[in-house]
Design a protein around this ligand. Structure first.
Ligand code: PMP
Length: 392
């Protein structure tokens, strides 16, 4: 028997038995919020909230970037991979979002891991919202800090954990532990917004507050500055990702000079990874400007959200969020899968999200709206959901 064979075989068999086996579908992207697999589907499962991924302006920007700067960066940022478009994008992000500095990463996953692994040391305390993204949870568990999870969106629970942490610090006079609080701005699977003003007030001045605004940046706040701007706070550290509203790929950590320099010197995910292509940084600069200038994209999203709510039967337990993420929590995985299949038969691509991505018994359809959808797309989706609901 080859090494690892038994383990792999058992794990795959268990996934199948639990009805949790995941499959990828090769899809083609089409314009107007659609994807195709043999036939076209209206795509209600993308994070391209502002519809920028297929926008001619962004495609042209990437093409311009390619012809100016070539295909790849050729090296990690501290060697020869850091070019003028990276520098310009960092300055633009820092200015727009109101921080001293921005530091680019190839993905939100690696930005989160870099941040937690680099900042935290043995004896430190990490307090995370219990529904934070896997990249944050995993880094926290693997770090040497003591990690505690506070009840979702619950500043009182956070205050309790902070009080415990400070009692521990008082009793251990030698240690100088540091405390980091991490929350998402908009929760990816629930579409709800964190109570950022309260969390900020509770965390200050005992802890640093980091907010992962992967799903809020571009969508919420004035000029799309995100959930922190909408709540009127400035966290110590902000993580934004470019695979969602920016329509591209990559991420940035926004922070003060000292933290930025610390990450450049010590963050292994930064130092030992090839810098993103300069053409991509160039295209991201264009995305950043489009996000600020094209308020209509956020207006369309708000209108579509209202239309979905108004067209759905009131008995349907769609969570009424203020973001483009509209979860329809259905309970068991099988139920979510059969809804997804029934909707696909009617031309809608809506993925079922199952444990372990979401807690047990909360399998759901994660419906996401984009500014590329037409009002009729949303109305027809709502009518189709109504039908499936009453056919059950
Ligand atoms: N943070 C959150 C809250 C996310 O939802 C995601 C991705 N879904 C990430 C980080 C990871 O970002 P990326 O896809 O750029 O790796």
């Amino acid at each position: 028997m080859r090494p690892f064979n038994t383990r792999i075989h058992h794990a795959l068999a268990a996934r199948t038995e639990q009805g949790l086996y995941r499959q990828r579908s090769p899809l083609s992207r089409l314009d107007n919020g659609r994807v195709a697999r043999q036939q076209p589907y209206v795509n209600f499962s993308s994070n391209d909230y502002l519809g920028l991924a297929q926008s001619p302006a962004l495609i042209t920007a990437w093409q311009e970037g390619l012809s100016r700067y070539g295909a790849g960066s050729g090296a990690s940022p501290l060697v020869t991979g850091y070019h003028a478009p990276h520098l310009e994008l960092e300055a633009q992000l820092a200015d727009w979002l109101g921080f001293d500095r921005a530091l680019l990463f190839n993905s939100g996953f690696s930005a989160n891991q870099a941040l937690l692994f680099t900042l935290l040391e043995k004896g430190d305390v990490l307090l995370q919202d219990k529904l934070n993204h896997a990249s944050l949870m995993e880094a926290g568990m693997l770090s040497e800090a003591t990690m505690r999870r506070f009840a979702h969106n619950n500043p009182t629970a956070l205050a309790r954990l902070l009080a415990q942490a400070s009692r521990r610090m008082d009793s251990d006079s030698d240690a100088k532990p540091n405390t980091l609080v991490v929350t998402e701005g908009v929760f990816s699977m629930d579409g709800d917004v964190a109570p950022l003003a309260e969390l900020h007030r509770v965390a200050m001045p005992q802890a640093l507050l980091a907010v992962d605004d992967a799903h809020g940046c571009g969508v919420l706040g004035e000029q799309g500055r995100g959930s922190c701007a909408a709540a009127g706070i400035k966290p110590d550290i902000l993580i934004v990702t470019f695979g969602k509203a920016f329509g591209l790929q990559g991420a940035a950590i926004l922070c003060d000079h000292a933290i930025a320099e610390y990450l450049i010197q010590f963050a292994r995910h930064y130092i030992y990874s090839t810098a993103m292509p300069p053409a991509q940084a160039y295209a991201l600069s264009r995305a950043c400007r489009l996000i600020q200038q094209e308020e209509w994209r956020r207006e369309v999203l708000r209108d579509l959200g209202g239309l979905l709510k108004d067209t759905l039967d009131p008995a349907i337990p769609l969570v009424d969020t203020t973001t483009p993420i509209k979860p329809l929590v259905l309970g068991e995985s099988q139920r979510a899968l059969s809804y997804a299949d029934a909707l696909r038969e009617q031309g809608f691509w809506v993925s079922a999200i199952r444990p372990p991505t979401v807690p047990q018994h909360t399998a759901r359809l994660r419906i996401t709206l984009t500014a590329a959808h037409q009002p009729d797309d949303v109305k027809q989706l709502a009518v189709a959901i109504n039908e499936v609901f009453y056919r059950e």
